[in-house]
Design a protein around this ligand. Structure first.
Ligand code: MN
Length: 440
């Protein structure tokens, strides 16, 4: 499972694509994978570099990549990356090494290839970004322990966490067909809910719309049905990461969830950032899983792996911003309303994979997991508006004087993530943004 740092992570490496140098999200040390099209042409695989997108199919056609890297580039020539993801880590890492050398300033490879390679770049502003993979299944975990505790407190549970929480990486099967990339508006759902002050449900638009600040995990190589993936091998089955907003209709959720959990409150839409940030790009930001508080149980043996405990967590700053209609009309920038970190997750992504498959469930390339809402210990770290507004009982006053207790129609909600570590280039995930629009 060791992901080694190499020359592709070298902070001193710069690119002849000058917009990449010092870029907030996509310097040459990142090179995330995605699916793009230009002015309605055929979607295909690309790599983000600065303010440009590098065309992988064209790079393969032009013989700019070779060996395993070319195998990866050819697999990425389709309108989805599932075929590439099925190839696993080796071809992905080979492609990254060759692209990094090709796009770097001052290497022999780039001197040779630049005249041709520079023709295979498209301005990101001219590109449409699509879902990077055909998603077969979407599982949403609940690994943010503070969010789980805050939810229990809102429901009046005492103690707030269920007795299983510290043993089981809790999850539910969510809906793959309604996951959309950043930029696609999401419509407020109608459903059954009990309006405050009423006793019985009525049917109508959700009145308590929420976002959830989550980390998304893409599955690469799957496993055969009946063959669990051990925790120590689980990271090898992860292809990349994104940010994920698990839009949540809290009033519908409250009424429908007993006893089988969320259903229509979650299945109307999920927004993800369209670039897949690879394990190789995130290697500098891997950390040990923080020690559990005194008195918490040690994970059961099938969820315990020494190497996973040593380097299986990620240190990424994640944030939520709101951009209301009034802010946009005034030309004001989005306002940050929460900041948290992936290190607050109670389980590692390897433990999620191992638990998901321990009973024999087969994962497939293109499956996606949500981590669960990643709240931190203090209110400014809360990753949902239900937590920030204490279940709609407390005003959130924005800088322009507007007040929110829930998400309103016309609000753009942005999720962002960045890895920052002294001695390394900072990288980001790009936007995960969608506008909430009025119910039909
Ligand atoms: Mn969720």
């Amino acid at each position: 499972m060791a992901i080694l740092l190499d020359e592709t992570n070298d902070a001193k490496r710069t690119s002849w694509v000058t917009s990449a140098n010092g870029h907030g999200d996509f310097p040459i040390q990142n090179l995330p994978l995605g699916i793009f099209s230009v002015r309605g042409d055929t979607p295909r695989g690309g790599v983000a570099i600065g303010d440009e997108v590098f065309d992988l199919k064209a790079a393969s056609d032009a013989k700019l990549v070779s060996g395993d890297a070319d195998k990866a580039a050819r697999a990425a020539s389709n309108p989805t990356l599932n075929e590439l993801m099925a190839l696993g880590a080796g071809p992905r890492a080979a492609l990254r090494k060759q692209l990094s050398a090709l796009l770097a300033a001052g290497t022999a490879e780039s001197a040779r290839a630049k005249p041709l390679a520079s023709k295979l770049l498209h301005k990101a502003a001219d590109c449409t970004l699509h879902l990077p993979a055909k998603i077969g299944a979407y599982t949403d975990f609940f690994a943010g322990i503070t969010h789980a505790e805050n939810g229990g407190k809102r429901r009046g549970a005492n103690p707030p966490l269920s007795p299983n929480y510290k043993y089981v990486p809790v999850a539910y099967h969510s809906r793959a067909s309604t996951v959309r990339p950043s930029g696609v508006p999401v419509r407020r759902p109608n459903g059954q809910r009990v309006v405050d002050g009423e006793q019985l449900p009525t049917f109508g638009p959700c009145l308590k719309m929420d976002f959830e600040l989550e980390f998304g995990i893409w599955v690469g190589q799957g496993n055969a049905w009946g063959e669990p993936i051990p925790t120590g091998q689980a990271f090898d089955h992860i292809y990349g990461f994104c940010m994920l907003n698990d839009w949540s209709a809290r009033d519908i959720q409250r009424w429908e969830s007993a006893p089988l959990g969320p259903f229509l409150s979650k299945n109307f839409g999920t927004t993800i950032s369209p670039w897949m940030v690879t394990p190789e790009a995130l290697a500098p930001f891997r950390i040990a899983q923080p020690a559990r508080p005194e008195g918490d149980p040690k994970p059961l043996p099938y969820l315990w792996d020494e190497a996973d405990q040593r380097e299986g967590q990620l240190d990424l700053e994640i944030e939520v911003l709101i951009h209301t209609e009034a802010m946009r009309a005034k030309g004001a920038p989005p306002q940050r309303i929460a900041v948290s970190n992936t290190k607050h997750l109670y389980w590692t992504v390897a433990q999620m994979v191992a638990h998901h498959t321990c009973g024999g469930c087969a994962l497939e390339p293109g499956d996606i997991f949500g981590s669960g809402t990643i709240s931190g210990p203090t209110p400014e770290n809360y990753g949902s508006i239900a937590e920030l507004s204490f279940d709609g009982t407390k005003d959130i006053t924005l800088a322009n004087g507007e007040i929110r207790r829930w998400v309103q129609d016309g609000d753009d909600i942005y999720l962002r993530a960045h890895g920052r570590r002294a001695g390394y280039a900072s990288i980001g995930f790009g936007d995960c943004c969608a506008r909430m629009v009025a119910a039909k």
